[in-house]
Design a protein around this ligand. Structure first.
Ligand code: CO
Ligand code: ZN
Length: 330
């Protein structure tokens, strides 16, 4: 599993340019399910077929990651940029980014009176060139870049960029591997463009018209010094979502997850996230409404180049989803 995680987190896939990650996932899933295809918005859909009349369950894990996008190039070859998804300017200082073609850039910023005045308009990316012409040989307006980081492990903790949400992509892969028999038709969907507004999940859910939806994503924690209050900790189990800013989990799905975790003795925590959203937000509003919940992996430092999860929470999330899919649905 660790090799897969390393491959996925180190891959390039900002929102709207998920092709490299999509290809990796397609190659992996083709061995594990009945059918894999990519839809018009770039979602990768892996199907485990059920008998006729089987309930349709959609599991969604977004495969895109946050990043930056080039808006302008000056005469000395410095790139101006905007954000793709939730990137904080302060997080970027000292960081490296990588473009699709492998070009590496670092962030610089203009002279400021106060560091709190820092914003994207005062920042630039330096790709080691001296002129616009030279820069244009490597990077064009509209090219996107992602954090340039490798996976590290300390004990049971994994540290990497884009654990949000490639760790959940890994969860879906493991579910496909471990699921023996299921009475349901299961759609494992690796969605595009979550970080810019749950866009891929919206069209995928419409096309699949599932009976139930479960999003798999990371969530925040309240277990670091002076953290914002949140009753979720790293290493204390999978997190079952009650609410975030995009969804209030359907009681049927929430109770199914809780009751299954209780019955199987799988450690879990209840998640109330008072910022951010997930694909569940788009799925549950599809057509006339889809009962939807979410399984979350507790994650520290979300949207930084060094996100951190506990491998035990990942394992417990896999176990919970497999148990739910092997059992009957309400
Ligand atoms: Co995110
Ligand atoms: Zn996410």
């Amino acid at each position: 599993m660790k090799d897969t995680i390393k491959q996925l987190v180190e891959a390039y896939g900002p929102s709207g340019s998920e092709e490299q990650v999509a290809q990796l996932l397609t190659n992996i899933m083709e061995e594990l399910v009945d059918e894999v295809y990519t839809d018009e918005l770039g979602n990768v859909v892996a199907v485990k077929k059920g008998n006729s009349g089987a309930k349709k369950v959609m599991l969604a894990a977004h495969m895109d990651e946050i990043g930056v996008i080039v808006t302008d190039i000056d005469e000395k070859g410095f790139l101006r940029f905007s954000n793709i998804g939730g990137v904080s300017p302060h997080t970027l200082i000292g960081q490296r980014v990588r473009f699709a073609n492998g070009t590496i850039g670092i962030f610089g910023f203009e002279n400021l009176e106060h560091i709190k005045d820092l914003n994207f308009r005062k920042m630039f990316i330096d790709i080691g060139v001296s002129s616009r012409e030279e820069a244009m040989g490597k990077v064009n307006i509209g090219d996107a870049a992602v954090y340039h980081r490798e996976l590290c492990q300390e004990g049971t903790r994994l540290i990497a960029k884009s654990l949000d949400n490639r760790i959940s992509c890994t969860v879906l892969i493991e579910v496909a591997k471990r699921l023996k028999a299921s009475p349901h038709e299961i759609y494992l969907v690796f969605t595009s463009q979550e970080e810019v507004g749950l866009r891929g999940a919206r069209t995928a859910a419409y096309a699949l018209d599932p009976d139930y939806g479960i999003a798999v994503d990371v969530t925040g924690t309240g277990d670091t010094p002076e953290a914002r209050r949140m009753a979720v900790s790293l290493g204390k189990g999978t997190a079952i979502k009650v609410k975030d800013m995009s969804v209030i989990s359907h009681p049927t799905v929430r109770n199914l997850l809780v009751n299954t975790a209780e019955a199987q003795g799988i450690p879990y925590q209840m998640e109330v996230l008072d910022w951010g959203g997930t694909d569940a937000g788009a799925i549950h509003l599809t057509r006339s409404g889809v009962p939807t919940g979410a399984v979350s992996i507790p994650c520290r430092y979300v949207h930084t180049p060094s996100e951190m999860v506990d491998i035990n929470d990942v394992e417990h999330s896999i176990q919970l989803l497999v148990a739910v899919l092997e059992g009957p649905l309400p």
